[in-house]
Design a protein around this ligand. Sequence first.
Ligand SMILES: *[C@@H]1O[C@H](CO)[C@@H](O)[C@H](O)[C@H]1NC(C)=O
Ligand SMILES: *[C@@H]1O[C@H](CO)[C@@H](O)[C@H](O)[C@H]1NC(C)=O
Ligand SMILES: *[C@@H]1O[C@H](CO)[C@@H](O)[C@H](O)[C@H]1NC(C)=O
Ligand SMILES: *[C@@H]1O[C@H](CO)[C@@H](O)[C@H](O)[C@H]1NC(C)=O
Length: 497
Amino acid sequence: MLTSSMNAVHCFVSVLVCVSYAQSLERFIAAVYEHAVILPDSTQTPVTKQEALELMNRNIDILENATKAAAQQGAHLIVTPEDGIYGWQFNRETISPYLEDIPDPDMNWIPCNDPKRFGPAPVQTRLSCMAKDNSIYVVANMGDKKNCNISEAGCPNDGQYNYNTAVVYDSEGKLVARYHKQHLFLGEIQFNAPKEAEVVSFDTPFGRFGIFICFDILFYDPAVALVVDRNVDTILFPTAWMNVLPHLSAIEFHSAWAMGMGVNLLSSNTHSTSKRMTGSGIFSPENVGPYYYNMDTEDGHLVISELNAHPRNSSTYYSIKWNQHASTIKKYSPGTNVFKGSIFFDRFTFTELKEPEGNYTICQNDLCCHLNYKKAGYGKNKQNNEIYVLGAFDGLHVVEGQYYLQVCTLLKCLSSDLNTCGESVETASTKFKQFTLSGSFSTNYVFPEVLLNNVNLAPNLFKVMSDGRLVSKPAIATHPLLSVTLFGRLYDKDPVN
Ligand SMILES: *[C@@H]1O[C@H](CO)[C@@H](O)[C@H](O)[C@H]1NC(C)=O
Ligand SMILES: *[C@@H]1O[C@H](CO)[C@@H](O)[C@H](O)[C@H]1NC(C)=O
Ligand SMILES: *[C@@H]1O[C@H](CO)[C@@H](O)[C@H](O)[C@H]1NC(C)=O
Ligand SMILES: *[C@@H]1O[C@H](CO)[C@@H](O)[C@H](O)[C@H]1NC(C)=O
């Protein structure tokens, strides 16, 4: 009796294991939707709950259409952007009618089947039904509220915490993840940050997922912790990202983060050209795209791509020794025209690339950056008057957030006036036959960026070697170059809170 019942249990477990193996996928199809959010009227007076819901429903109608289209094309999962349901122009009072109380995913709740279980939840119910009706995972961003006792430390005067929140519903409509944004950006006065960073991950038949929001990507917790401690395969990344060239345009930095961390990153941006918000993509360690970047229309756009469910199995990226090459070579000359200039308020040391080809080393504090390059087209074409510099920065960035950087960069100056080096540039005509960039980084967290004319990424046009060199491939020679950057983060040197 005892033996046979143990056998029965054993068989039962085996069946479960078999089923879960059968369903586990090596590859999956992901979708991200860049959404031109319909904004509420700018007002200092709160609207009614009904008016708030009407606006949110208009946005969800569009997200639902995108979700249907993604599901029809076989997508397992879709990510929609931060602020994609109600926009961003709020204070604490005016955001209030847009918020819902979002329960813990441990509650095992399918809002579509049981909408009233935790009180009114019309937005959560629609998102859950969107997932269930289309048999697809849905990632969305909305506002969560939690009552607190105003006599408790930290509880706001209005007696509730408001959170900028990412939610994930599985293909049966069940809430499987809830994440409260940690690093609020300037001006997000309507929201509170949780007391401690929430590290949220969940497992699916197509790998382990982690989630964080927008500005979080610049910091250690929870973004890097998800990769280092939780071993996630894919990051879900709703964002409302304002592009800042030369180093922090959405597609540029987000693709570089995926590569530097050795994970997939599904980045869904809001679309608002007046706010310089565009740039969404499906990024993996081996591939910078497909992506969408468009400053010419006000339309939303769906991006779909197939991905490796376990990129870290095959990725060589997280074994890169970023300073190995730089620390073994002899320094080159700094050149004859070394000067200081600013990139996004950071004081870089620059040297002008005066020759058609050459080797330069430029240093600042503990960081030395080495460049070997050869421009294309000399001899045949006339030399244009575009100026390129090599730059180094090792210091604390202090504007719009504080974070410690080590950066090596090759970039085009805005004009032939050297004072413009480091300003935002979108076009170039100079091509490089080849380049190799490396730096003596004192961090393992370095994000490789290559940007081409008109803010295009450079898929299959460069690679990163295990000794930390960023090296062009031959086909780069037909593409005018804006910038090449190794963007290093020294999280240990960040100020504490
Ligand atoms: C959704 O798609 C349907 C069918 O293509 C279309 O008629 C409708 O206008 C779309 N709705 C929105 C809000 O885009
Ligand atoms: C709030 O906290 C105070 C002090 O701990 C307590 O006396 C009071 O009962 C609490 N109020 C509520 C509504 O829980
Ligand atoms: C790939 O990664 C998954 C999840 O981490 C693991 O279960 C699997 O054994 C790995 N496969 C190989 C071939 O390493
Ligand atoms: C640059 O350095 C490499 C190796 O250090 C050398 O082979 C090459 O000739 C140098 N190029 C120039 C233009 O000095």
